[in-house]
Write a protein that binds this ligand. Structure first.
Ligand code: ADP
Ligand code: MG
Length: 355
């Protein structure tokens, strides 16, 4: 079954130890397909933005275009790295309250993210970095901070205190930005744009689980994207899409078990400073715009099932698939006809969210 799927979606930034298994998994997926009959298929794979990426495009001259897309991703990574000392984000985070001029793309993604923070009532907040750091997610040295420590650090969290004027960014002293929740989605849009501008009409870009499709498969059929089981290995079903992005967030790829025996994931509720724990295991957002998918997958995961449904009813500019820890799947109408549950998952209940 797996071998007929073009790609596999999963949530959370991949840890390095996972890369090998994913590489193998993707290789298996691709080698299982009848791609030998598709003469103009070009693929590149590389490591960027902390994850393994694989770009596939069809067309005689696709390879140089794929390389340009890869170079653009590398440029964005240089701008947005939290740790790279020459990045825009590093400069802003270490400016001691001074205003810093940033590149157009940095200002643009910030403008988008700040707007999404407002729309999601602060569930998306790119200033949670000090909290993320206290939980040890930035260095993979996890620990449980004390309540007082979290309370103290929350005073440095607040998207409304990010001052963005044109291409100038200014934070209050002690605040720090991190574009982890939206960067790959934005990068995927730009990469897809480069491909489209160069006449490519069929491509599949996998940016570490953020999947961006350009057009359909060369034979005109939809791309088949496997939805990973957040409870374990394997997948629960397949979505079939063309010209859309699909992005998953969850706490099952990057988490740790604390000394107290509880599980703590890498998505933080900015209103409490604690990792999200609301009964959702993963959420996949499907829309044309990759950055919208990325911003929403993170923020709807923070909001939980009921508020996500409310948000979707009010906006309806995307589709979503939510998986709960009681093995239930909730999906919106637009994607329900494009989703097939694997036959060995008949124990999972599927609910279609009404308008
Ligand atoms: P992925 O790890 O696949 O990029 P997400 O897009 O959901 O998954 O982004 C999660 C990352 O976003 C975290 O690793 C962290 O850097 C950052 N983050 C965590 N919680 C929030 C939040 N509430 N708002 C914005 N960014 C967050
Ligand atoms: Mg995201």
């Amino acid at each position: 079954m797996l071998k007929y799927d073009d790609s596999l979606l999963y949530g959370g930034t991949m840890m390095i130890k996972r890369i090998l298994s994913l590489c193998l998994c993707l290789i298996l997926l691709l080698s299982g397909c009848s791609y030998t009959q598709e003469p103009d298929k070009q693929s590149i794979s590389f490591f960027a933005m902390d994850t393994y990426m694989e770009f596939t495009a069809y067309g005689e001259d696709a390879e140089p275009t794929l390389m340009s897309a890869r170079e653009k991703i590398a440029d964005l990574e240089l701008l947005w790295s939290v740790t790279g000392e020459n990045s825009d984000v590093y400069a802003v985070n270490h400016a001691d309250g001074q205003a810093i001029e940033v590149a157009y793309e940095t200002a643009d993604i910030l403008k988008f993210a700040l707007d999404m923070s407002e729309r999601t009532n602060g569930a998306l907040d790119l200033t949670v970095y000090p909290i993320l750091s206290a939980w040890g997610f930035t260095k993979e040295e996890n620990r449980i901070p004390s309540k007082d420590e979290i309370k103290g650090l929350l005073s440095f969290v607040g998207y409304e205190n990010v001052m963005l004027n044109g291409n100038t960014v200014q934070l209050e002293e002690g605040m720090m930005l991190d574009l982890g929740a939206v960067g790959k989605g934005y990068a995927g849009d730009i990469a897809a744009g480069i491909l489209r501008e160069n006449g490519i009409t069929s491509a599949l870009l996998n940016l570490g689980g953020n999947v961006q499709t350009v057009g359909s498969r060369p034979d005109g059929s939809d791309w088949r994207i496997g939805l990973q089981d957040p409870n374990g290995e394997g997948k629960i079903g397949v979505i079939e899409v063309s010209d859309l992005a699909a992005v998953t967030s969850g706490a099952y790829e990057r988490f740790f078990i604390g000394d107290d025996g509880n599980r703590y994931g890498h998505i933080i509720d900015p209103s409490t400073g604690y990792p999200v724990e609301n009964g959702l295991l993963s959420i996949t957002v499907i829309a044309h715009d990759g950055k919208l998918c990325d911003a929403l997958s993170t923020s709807l995961f923070v909001m939980g099932l009921d508020k996500s449904v409310e948000y979707w009813r009010q906006n309806q500019d995307f589709d979503m698939i939510l998986i709960s820890d009681s093995n239930d799947i909730y999906l919106t109408g637009g994607i329900s006809e494009r989703f097939t549950l694997d036959s060995d998952r008949s124990n999972m209940k599927v609910y279609v969210i009404s308008e």
